[in-house]
Design a protein around this ligand. Structure first.
Ligand SMILES: Cc1ncc(C[n+]2csc(CCOP(=O)(O)OP(=O)(O)O)c2C)c(N)n1
Ligand SMILES: [Mg+2]
Length: 592
């Protein structure tokens, strides 16, 4: 039996579990683990500039590809606390990441040792397991259990904290016979699917609300097949966006208070039956529950039993992995179709499509300073269906969801629930590591961009090329808009006269200089007509230099983006599209 340090055991297990990449930064207390990674040589390590960045890189890495588990590594004390935000956003969006931290030696844990913090207790509410491994012989079991939990049921993150002496202790371990534990995924029964389909058959205007669970289960094709078989229009949630291509005839638009389409909300309100699959009735999707649920029957399919009924009581709940449920939905629907037992939904689907073709927001503005809507129109022209978008939060992200197009699962990568500012840059880098062959376009407001701007150097150092569209309004735009309710504009301005950069015209930070200083390429545009050419130029720079390329668009300072409090009370601030030229890149052409 080979005898090895538990740090070597941990690395051997990571390899056996399929890990090829890690994101992190070393410190003294995690050096034994780094030494083991070095000895092994099979894990590519990306050195973050901030440990929170490493945790978001791990999230981006997981979110980009089915089956991936991002690993982030840091030392004891502040490294673990820095990664707490990543654990939060991962757990909130059901994303597995494994966070590994160093720790003070076991005998000194209670002595207020240098950088000794009880990270497992801090991480516990945000993880499926958070464990300081005190016994060396427990290390194999801890890692084996970590992978089992991350993959089972509702996916989520795990933290394993390794005291310095535990990492160095030797145990007997045979990597050759190590076997990952099977993941537990509950599956719907045929009787349950039959019942749900019976309920759907009773409806006249059914829709499917497709959540991120479908993406997690890698079941987008099954969703599409089921929607097509039954002719049911699909409303993806923000986390499910891309499960059905935006140009699919049954794509009915997104619903919600912010990241939503007018036609998506109208279709939800017109429906009489909602089949939610792998979704969690997020409050910014539902808005007020009375409006959302009135007059509708609900079936809710979710992998986590305690999610059923958490937000409101559905008429029927099924505990199942989204993929397993959809497989049966397709099977039974196919049988019913060949028996002539499926209702014809053509008229209802056509009605939804008609809404899509008539209820559009205007994107074409020629104003200087640029209106944000125009940026997305230009992005739609410049970036094709192969593009993967990464964004976090703010007016920038909300408008992106309203105006951009997403055609494939995992091509809208967003920290949907937690929305931690600064997430975009490191997450985009993690996405680039996971899939270097697909073009990545990140989108940030100026504040999100400034939060973890140092991570751009990681992209330059490790040649992780992507385009970062930066929409600069020199404002905490979303918060400025929400302060209208308090009749104030307080502590939300990012503008100042930059003594080194009068050319930024009072917008404060010179992002171009900072990005260049960090080893990236950067362009700034101020006119709407310059956006398209700048995006094309960015593609060239990216191909030539293989580093992140920032395209900053100077926006008008104040724009209010459509949002509201209820699905039937979303406030529009701009003229709506009336002619094709008003929304020239809309997927469904506006009916004249
Ligand atoms: C860590 C953190 N603090 C505060 C917030 C609240 N918040 C949400 S959006 C936003 C402003 C974002 O500004 P910017 O990135 O410039 O985007 P804009 O809304 O201007 O497009 C703030 C402060 C947050 N999401 N995360
Ligand atoms: Mg801003």
């Amino acid at each position: 039996m080979p005898r090895m340090t538990t740090a070597d055991v941990a690395v051997a297990i990571l390899r056996r579990e399929g890990v090829t990449n890690a994101f992190g930064l070393p410190g003294a207390a995690i050096n034994p683990f780094y030494a083991a990674m070095r000895r092994d040589g099979g894990i590519t390590h990306t050195l973050a500039r901030h440990v929170e960045g490493a945790s978001h890189m791990a999230e981006g890495y997981t979110r980009a590809r089915a089956g991936n588990i991002g690993v982030c590594v840091g030392t004891s004390g502040p490294a673990g606390t820095d990664m707490i935000t990543g654990l939060y956003s991962a757990s909130a969006d059901s994303i597995p990441i494994l966070c590994i931290t160093g720790q003070a030696p076991v005998a000194r844990l209670h002595k207020e040792d240098f950088q000794a913090v009880d990270i497992a207790s801090i991480a516990r509410p945000l993880t499926k397991m958070a464990m300081t491994v005190l016994e060396p012989a427990q290390v194999p079991g801890a890692f084996q259990q970590a992978f089992h939990l991350m993959r089972s049921g509702r996916p989520g993150p795990v933290l394993i904290d390794l005291p310095f002496d535990v990492q160095l202790a030797e145990i007997d371990f045979d990597p050759g016979t190590y076997q990952p534990l099977p993941a537990y995924k509950p599956a719907a029964t045929r009787a349950q699917i039959e019942k749900a389909l019976d309920m759907l058959a009773q409806a006249e205007r059914p829709i499917i609300v497709a959540g991120g669970g479908i993406i997690n289960a890698d079941a987008a094709d099954l969703l599409t097949e089921f929607a097509e078989l039954t002719g049911t229009p699909v409303v993806p949630t923000l986390m499910g966006w891309g499960a059905l291509p935006d140009d699919h005839r049954l794509m009915a638009g997104m619903a919600g208070l912010q990241t939503a389409h007018r036609y998506g909300n109208a279709t939800v309100l017109a429906s009489d039956f909602v089949l939610g699959i792998g979704n969690r009735w997020a409050n910014r999707h539902t808005g007020g529950l009375a409006t959302y649920t009135a007059g509708r029957t609900f079936v809710h399919v979710d992998i986590e039993p305690t999610q059923i009924g958490r937000v409101f009581a559905p008429d029927y709940g099924i505990v199942s992995d989204a993929g397993a449920a959809l497989k049966l939905f397709v099977e039974v629907a196919r049988e019913r179709k060949s028996a002539g037992r499926l209702a014809d939904r053509t008229a209802w689907a056509q009605e939804c499509r008609q809404r899509r073709a008539t209820m559009q927001r205007r994107t074409h503005f020629d104003n200087v300073p640029v209106k944000p809507q125009r940026v997305y129109e230009e992005m739609n022209r410049a970036f094709g269906p192969e593009t993967r978008y990464v964004s976090t939060i703010g007016l920038s992200q909300i408008a992106a969801a309203q105006f951009l197009h997403v055609y494939r699962p995992r091509h809208w990568i967003n920290a949907g629930q937690a929305g931690p500012l600064g997430w975009t840059t490191p997450a985009a880098l993690g996405v680039c590591v996971a899939d270097p062959d697909t073009p990545v376009v990140a989108l940030s407001g100026d504040y999100d961009f400034q939060f973890m701007i140092e991570e751009l150097a990681v992209g330059a150092q490790f040649n992780l090329p992507y385009i970062h569209v930066l929409v600069n309004n020199a404002y905490l735009g979303l918060i400025r808009q929400s302060q209208r309710g308090f009749d104030m504009d307080y502590c939300v301005q990012l503008s100042f006269d930059n003594v080194n950069a009068p050319e930024v015209g009072g917008y404060g930070v010179d992002h171009v200089k900072v990005a260049e200083g960090l080893g990236c390429k950067a362009l700034r545009v101020t006119e709407p007509g310059e956006i398209g050419p700048a995006l094309e130029e960015a593609k060239k720079l990216l191909a030539e230099y293989r580093v992140p390329v920032v395209v900053e668009v100077i926006l008008e300072r104040v724009t209010n983006v459509s949002m509201g409090t209820e699905l039937d009370n979303v406030v529009e601030f701009e003229d709506l599209a009336e002619r094709r030229e008003d929304a020239p890149t809309a997927v469904v052409a506006l009916l004249d």
